[in-house]
Design a protein around this ligand. Structure first.
Ligand SMILES: NC(=O)C1=CN([C@@H]2O[C@H](COP(=O)(O)OP(=O)(O)OC[C@H]3O[C@@H](n4cnc5c(N)ncnc54)[C@H](OP(=O)(O)O)[C@@H]3O)[C@@H](O)[C@H]2O)C=CC1
Ligand SMILES: C[C@H]1O[C@H](OP(=O)(O)OP(=O)(O)OC[C@H]2O[C@@H](n3cnc4c(=O)[nH]c(N)nc43)[C@H](O)[C@@H]2O)[C@@H](O)[C@@H](O)C1=O
Length: 325
């Protein structure tokens, strides 16, 4: 059966995690499609609650689902909230994927992460590197949960013929990010730290680790655009990496953030803090062959992310999401 191109038009589309960074970008992107958006707040349906999830899918019967809900955070959140990261993320994946199968969802996208690849896998990280070696210890519980979700989508495709696809995003940033000083990812952490240093006139800013790890960063609205593109054009069991295909050291990145924010002081590296994976550069050849590439440069994306931070920094939404971590 030819399953692509998949027609989104006229469909009811569920975005799980619609208040999050990726989910809200998906909502912005889907506003350009002729679809009926379906969302539900966590206080009404906690995706860890199997009965609530099964009931909600049976009642709402969405035709399409983007699974962008997860327990998410940076290196310290992953390393310290290890039980929550494995429990929440396995529960969310198993409940939502099985409910989608039971209620007859036509097509579903599961969002994994580039941290599912082995710590020392060859670079750039090809999709076939999954399960070929030990994981990075700081995010092993999260990665195991994501691998469970990927394998579940693959199994349901194999046994039931479900059109479930899995995409592996690189490190993401942009509007709606979490700015918690300890628990956030590096982009949000440094935007906040450099901004506060500029405002207070601080002479030094501390950046974690040695500065030598390399990371690839994708602007979240590009991520949402890639998700919609792949939903329409891809159907298969193979994973699809989603990134830019270029990376940068954390030291170079810190200087770029300082430049965008206008901070002119010194940068110190705190080597007592973890570096995590030495390098996480995605091989994006499958994505490129499917006709998609990123549109936003890191410099432009950071300018937009900083503008979003300035316009949201005192709003309670970020404060409440930060408090929930
Ligand atoms: N950010 C990144 O750099 C990367 C993210 N990803 C993946 O992308 C996806 C989206 O991440 P991102 O947008 O950054 O994360 P956010 O933390 O910004 O958003 C996560 C969303 O999931 C919802 N959620 C979490 N737990 C539950 C629950 N138990 N029940 C219902 N809803 C829940 C949150 O709800 P609420 O708003 O109520 O808190 C929130 O809307 C995730 O699958 C993540 O693993 C992959 C690679 C990199
Ligand atoms: C997306 C991916 O994100 C996580 O992995 P990670 O790439 O290690 O994420 P990170 O953004 O927290 O750090 C990136 C690098 O940056 C350095 N770094 C410097 N200074 C700060 C800093 O102030 N905060 C943070 N968080 N990191 C800093 C930090 O030491 C590291 O070398 C996974 O757990 C998992 O969640 C996942 O899927």
């Amino acid at each position: 059966m030819a399953r692509v191109p998949f027609e989104l038009r006229g469909k009811s589309v569920y975005v799980a995690g619609h208040r999050g960074m990726v989910g809200s970008a998906l909502v912005r992107r889907l506003a350009r499609e002729d679809v009926r958006l379906v969302t539900v707040e966590r206080r009404e349906v906690d995706l860890r609650n199997q009965a609530a999830v099964f009931d909600w899918f049976a009642q709402m019967r969405p035709q399409v689902a983007f699974l962008a809900a997860a327990k998410v955070g940076g290196i310290v959140a992953n390393d310290t909230l290890r039980a929550e990261f494995i429990y929440d993320n396995i529960a969310i994946a198993t409940n939502a994927l099985h409910a989608a199968h039971q209620s007859g969802v036509e097509k579903l996208m599961f969002l994994g992460s580039s941290c599912i690849y082995p710590k020392l896998a060859p670079q750039p990280l090809h999709e076939d590197a999954m399960l070929t070696g030990p994981l990075e210890s700081t995010n092993e519980p999260y990665a195991i949960a994501k691998i469970a979700g990927i394998k579940m989508a693959e199994a349901y495709r194999h046994q039931y013929g479900s059109d479930f696809i899995s995409v592996m995003p690189t490190n993401l940033y942009g509007p709606g990010d979490n700015y918690h000083p300890e628990l956030s990812h590096v982009v949000a952490a440094l935007i906040r730290r450099f901004h506060e240093a500029k405002v207070s006139g601080a002479k030094t800013v501390v950046v974690w680790g040695t500065g030598t790890p390399r990371r690839e960063f994708l602007y979240v609205d590009d991520m949402a655009d890639a998700c919609v593109h792949l939903m329409k054009t891809y159907s298969g069991a193979e994973l699809i990496n989603v990134g830019t295909g270029t990376d940068i050291t954390i030291a170079e990145f810190a200087h770029l953030v300082a430049d965008v924010i206008g901070y002119i002081g010194e940068i110190h590296f705190d080597t007592s803090r973890p570096d995590g994976t030495p390098r996480k550069l995605l091989d994006v050849s499958r994505l490129t062959n499917l006709g998609w590439c990123a549109a936003t440069s890191l410099h432009d994306g950071l300018k937009r992310a900083y503008a979003a931070y300035l316009s949201h920094e005192y709003k309670t939404e970020i404060a409440s999401r930060t408090g929930s971590l």
